[in-house]
Design a protein around this ligand. Sequence first.
Ligand code: SF4
Length: 329
Amino acid sequence: SLPLGERIVAAFGGAVERRSVRAVDQVDLSLRKGEALGLVGESGCGKTTLGRMIAGILPPSDGALAIAGEPVMTCGASPRKTTTRVQMVFQDPFASLDPRMRIGDALAEGPIHHGLVSKAGAVAYVRDWLGQVGLEPDYVSRYPHQFSGGQRQRVAIARALAMRPDVLVCDEPVASLDVSIQAQIINLFLKLRRELDLTLLFISHDLGVVRHLCDRVAIMYLGRIVEEGPTHEVYADPRHPYTQALLDSVPKLVLEEGAEVRFKPIQGELPSPLAPPPGCHFHLRCPFAAERCAVERPTLRPVATGRRAACHFAKTDLNIITGSSSSPA
Ligand code: SF4
């Protein structure tokens, strides 16, 4: 409902990788300014590919990205041209830092190149960004090996933010860190969101982290978005059987006395994206699959205000005629 000028819109028809795998298929997502959207799914579902396309690292075979109504990437354009407006933080902070480069130089390089700061002002600029992410400003003269894993991830976040991006794409940024350090980095994201009005696409397989950090969540399965909506609503009342299965597969930490541990792994395995099943991609693993599911692809359609789901039988609160009265989710 917001005017386009306040939104970041990504619509990608497909990403062609080796052997023509369609890793991302007909995805369209929009992010409001200042919003955090969690992108969740199993390993291999296409979420990293989608994040890399939005960040301009991987060219889509079809699609476009618009920020505040202005197209910043379309199919065929050089993806590198878009990277200053969308920055990415990777899972492995070690790999994203040049071991031979002092942190001060690594953080100043991009902003100087793109005219965000002068050479004379670069040291003060970098010191300020280190402070923003909770590091000592004097660390400008250190090398990556002199930092712990958590500190390196803070450096990687500072380097991305120093480019003053419109959108920050974070691909599993805490997955390689110890649990106690994970909490510190999540709290850092919460602080940065508050103070900088960050617009965040947060890619994760961890439903708990996404619940903590994100306003909205999009669930991805085999290259497609299957459910999307406000995080607390989707978690409390999932409308797609895959979302329900994902939520059921998480061990619950807090149990009422005498309660049974509910931990139901999702049946079957994620099919190969080289040969995705026809119809609904989830039908081979879905406990509610009907005949039409094997042949007819469900579209991602509104099921409640601000919510969409791609299931023929998804329960809807809206006055929409659906294909069946049965309601698996
Ligand atoms: Fe399950 Fe059919 Fe819905 Fe797919 S469309 S999620 S197979 S009920």
